[in-house]
Design a protein around this ligand. Structure first.
Ligand SMILES: [Zn+2]
Length: 320
């Protein structure tokens, strides 16, 4: 599935070890997961990337057209991670049907500004707002969403304690706070949406999440992945340097499995791809030697981020 491939690929990239993968065949595989517009374009609102080949649509890694299938549609997290994987692999995104991806994305946004994951409807919350922001940012085109509505949704999700929840009235959470702050950073208007006083309170809420590592909510146990979610939020808010790196680092390292090498959420528990990736990212944020720097908002290596910016520059020159 694409999200797990993203954890693996981006993790290898941050470890500066991407040479172990067969880039051309992975790029072909990712493109084969693109839900392409059909000849009559009747499926535009269903376009994006699917997570795997499970429903058996014909293999097609070219630019189209797609084959009609009643149950075929993109998933916002797969479109986000699919595009991110292509960027990490150094692809120029020339086979991405940008218009179709953006049309598919627009179809997922609700009245309240949040996003569904799939066109049939699903949970709708801050996670998918973040995925949508990443897609628009990577495609360098914000016509994929009503930005003002998304901003209103983020504002309404700010809780009484100044952390940000998955939606209005929900408990503040380190993951949704990251999704909200990173989305606003990618939109380029964090400072306009929150006043300096509000930003200070968000910083305070985040900084209080450090125990030795970080937890996602008050009174919860620390968990490796929050070293990234909360750490990256603090980095975006320019105060990560005031946290205790030594304690954070030794917590993350205490969750590494000595036999298979991956990271788990807690010491002495099973490692998994998500926590392995975010453990690496958490270490990278602190400038761990021999790790590539990770971009705190888009959550890919700074090197991949720079190549994306060069791509955007080339697109802009082409269109003028
Ligand atoms: Zn976790």
């Amino acid at each position: 599935m694409l999200t797990i491939v993203f954890f693996a690929l981006s993790g290898l990239d941050v470890l500066d070890a991407l040479d172990v993968v067969d880039k051309p065949s992975l790029i072909e595989w990712i493109y084969s997961l693109q839900v392409l517009p059909t000849d009559d374009k009747s499926n535009l609102s269903r376009c994006g990337f699917r997570g795997s080949s499970h429903i058996g649509v014909p293999y097609n890694s070219s630019k189209g057209p797609g084959a009609p299938h009643t149950y075929d549609s993109g998933h916002v997290a797969m479109t986000y991670t699919g595009l991110a994987c292509l960027v990490i692999l150094g692809d120029d995104l020339s086979r991405v049907c940008r218009e179709a991806c953006l049309a598919g994305l627009r179809a997922l946004q609700l009245e309240d500004g949040s996003f569904y994951a799939v066109p049939e409807g699903s949970e709708n919350d801050m996670r998918f707002v973040y995925c949508a922001a990443c897609i628009c940012f990577m495609l360098d085109d914000w016509s994929g969403m009503d930005r003002q509505r998304a901003i209103d949704y983020i504002r309404r999700s700010t809780s009484y304690d100044s952390g940000i929840g998955q939606g209005a009235g929900l408990e503040s959470h380190g993951g949704s706070t990251f999704c909200a702050v990173a989305s606003l950073c990618m939109m380029g208007n964090l400072q306009e949406v929150f006043s300096e006083r509000e930003l200070k309170r968000i910083r305070r809420w985040c900084i209080l999440r450090q125990q030795n590592g970080f937890h996602g909510r008050p009174n919860k146990p620390v968990d490796t992945c929050y070293s990234f979610w909360v750490g990256a939020t603090l980095e975006l808010l320019d105060v990560f340097q005031y946290t205790n790196f030594e304690k954070n680092r030794s917590y993350i390292l205490s969750t590494q499995d000595r036999l298979v090498g991956g990271f788990a959420k807690w010491p002495d528990s099973h490692p998994d791809p998500l926590h392995t990736y975010f453990g690496i990212c958490g270490l990278s944020l602190m400038g761990e030697a021999e790790l590539q720097k990770v971009h705190p908002a888009l959550n890919i290596s700074v090197r991949a981020f720079e190549s994306l910016r060069r791509l955007h520059e080339a697109w802009r020159q082409k269109s003028t």
